[in-house]
Design a binder for this molecule. Structure first.
Ligand SMILES: O=P(O)(O)OC[C@H]1O[C@](O)(CO)[C@@H](O)[C@@H]1O
Length: 530
């Protein structure tokens, strides 16, 4: 295409909403009109499906659940008055709680006010709050937030060391929809232990965000934690940022949660139009489908040219990959669907992997996110008439151009500023693009059976570890690995037994080893007391 044709294509496909100041440019996706025509019937169905979701259909058939995250920002959409009232009441309880924490009405037993939050959760119970904190929390936020989002002992130690001098003024937020996720439970138990070691009453610092009747809710209630907020079964973890999961942390950090909800509601309204060319979520879904041939054949690289949006790609990684990465379609056919998502930020990533994007394997499409406002204060001139912000946008435009020249497709999203409204709008945009794309490829975007399998496998490894330790403790002599595996009733899992032994040994957990770790069959394993 020559430059005049390209400029025309840009104008033909440019989506703009004046109120949000939001632009979407799909002109550098190389689909043609014939492709768009073939997709129209699929989109007709997708628009009907998302309307049904918003009306309360059981869009998650495996779990027999409604999918209600769109109601969170527009409670009037909720299919019953009870649900509507629940959303309104929850939001009010969050606002009240944040107010009481900020004013000191809810205060630490040692006096003063709470000064920081330690948020414990994983996946959808962490990624949204982490993204939003990075994007929107200001340096003078009333409470600073820290996260434990793994079962890594050293990671936990590092966070605890960072906050240890203010543990008495730390609010501990424990977030888990299921209320039984091991990583979250482990983090909570470790933190609770530290409070007890310091003679601080954990319950006076903790609150929970969790599903009704969960183990976590029961614990919070029986121990008298400061508060519990609900996570409803009609909101999935990866779409929970605008539920209590994201809103409590945001409100505590002084972020305007109503503006986030309003931004999302505005984007929902824009993306409700059953008109492919005038619906930005549909334009994204169309582009994703085109890029990957409806089979995820190309990876989605997300490159925001703004440091504060660094975690957006990580947040989207879960939203998109956990939603779309499915073995079977809704009719039970094996389809192995998904789209791989990665990216950090521009221009930083230009000095990392963009070399491959431009010249290497063409297995991706890129989404640039451009933010028009550079900073609040005026910028210094790095060179006459040129600022750092000019450079940043120059790098974005230059990379987009360089990729286009090499037939690498890209999408560009432009927002005026990173603020509550635009962040809410971006979250809604991708949530809705995922809903539409899931319809296009006929999969259930709202369950995650694959992750459940991993969790069950981990549990069985821990129970094997218990058996291994029991066998060693009872044995009167050192055992070979194969004897140990057989006596632990897992001869077929000898490799796992070897790895369990190696880990216990590395952590001085009672194992005595002789032999060569590099030659597993030479090992003799005993328990320390023998
Ligand atoms: O909020 P929970 O129940 O602790 O789950 C955390 C995360 O784990 C998953 O269930 C998958 O492992 C995610 O979908 C979820 O966001």
């Amino acid at each position: 295409m020559n430059t005049a044709e390209l400029w025309q294509r840009y104008q033909d496909w440019l989506y703009y909403d004046e109120k949000l100041g939001f632009y979407l440019d799909v002109s550098r996706m190389s689909f043609d009109d014939a492709f768009v025509e073939t997709m129209k019937p699929k989109f007709d169905k997708a628009f009907k499906d998302i309307t049904a979701i918003e009306a309360g259909a059981i869009a998650n058939p495996d779990e027999e659940r409604m999918v209600g995250h769109y109601w969170l920002r527009d409670p009037d959409l909720a299919p019953t008055d009870e649900l509507k009232q629940d959303i309104i009441d929850t939001k009010q309880s969050i606002i009240d709680f944040a107010h009481k924490i900020h004013s000191g009405e809810i205060a630490p037993p040692s006096g003063g006010k709470f000064t920081q939050i330690l948020s414990i959760g994983i996946g959808g119970s962490a990624l949204g709050p982490q993204f939003v904190a990075q994007a929107l929390a200001t340096l003078d936020a009333p409470l600073k937030i820290y996260f434990i989002d793994n079962s890594d002992p050293e990671g936990i130690d590092q966070i605890l060391a960072t906050i240890s001098d203010r543990l008495d003024t730390t609010l501990v937020s424990v977030i888990s929809k299921s209320g039984g996720t091991p990583e979250t439970r482990n983090g909570m138990l470790e933190v609770k232990q530290v409070y007890e070691d310091r003679n601080l009453n954990f319950a006076d610092h903790a609150f929970a965000i969790t599903g009704k009747g969960s183990q976590l809710e029961n614990q919070a209630k029986s121990e008298g934690w400061l508060a519990t907020f609900p996570m409803r079964d009609w909101v999935g973890g990866r779409t929970s940022e605008l539920s209590a999961v994201g809103l409590v942390a945001a409100a505590l950090q002084g972020i305007n949660i109503q503006a986030m909800l309003d931004g999302a509601k505005a984007m929902d309204a824009l993306t409700r139009k059953p008109d492919l060319k005038n619906n930005p979520a549909a334009l994204l879904a169309l582009s994703w489908y085109f890029a990957g041939n409806g089979k995820g054949e190309k990876d989605m690289v997300i490159l925001p040219y703004k440091d504060s949006l660094l975690l957006f790609s990580r947040y989207l990684q879960q939203l998109i990959m956990e939603s779309l990465g499915k073995e079977k379609d809704l009719d039970g056919n094996i389809v192995n669907q998904g789209i791989a998502v990665y990216g950090n930020k521009g221009s930083t990533d230009q000095h990392a992997y963009v070399q491959q994007l431009r010249e290497g394997v063409n297995n991706f499409f890129l989404t640039f996110i451009e933010v028009l406002k550079d900073r609040n204060a005026p910028s210094v001139e790095i060179e006459p008439g040129i600022t750092s912000g000019d450079y940043l946008i120059g790098f974005l435009l230059g990379t987009r151009q360089a990729l286009y020249e090499k037939q690498r497709d890209s999408i560009t999203i432009t927002i005026p500023d990173v603020n509550e409204t635009t962040v809410g709008a971006l979250i809604a945009l991708y949530e809705r693009a995922v809903s539409l794309y899931a319809s296009l490829i006929n999969i259930n975007a709202y369950h995650q059976p694959g992750v459940e399998a991993g969790k069950k496998a981990a549990a069985s490894i821990l129970s094997l570890q218990e058996r291994v330790v029991e066998v060693l403790q009872k044995s009167q002599r050192a055992l070979s690995l194969s004897e140990l595996a057989t006596q632990a009733e897992a001869p077929e899992q000898i490799e796992t037994v070897y790895k369990i032994v190696r880990h216990l040994y590395a952590n001085q957990r009672g194992i005595i080893l002789t032999g060569n770790l590099g030659q597993p069959s030479s090992l003799k394993i005993a328990w320390q007391s023998h």
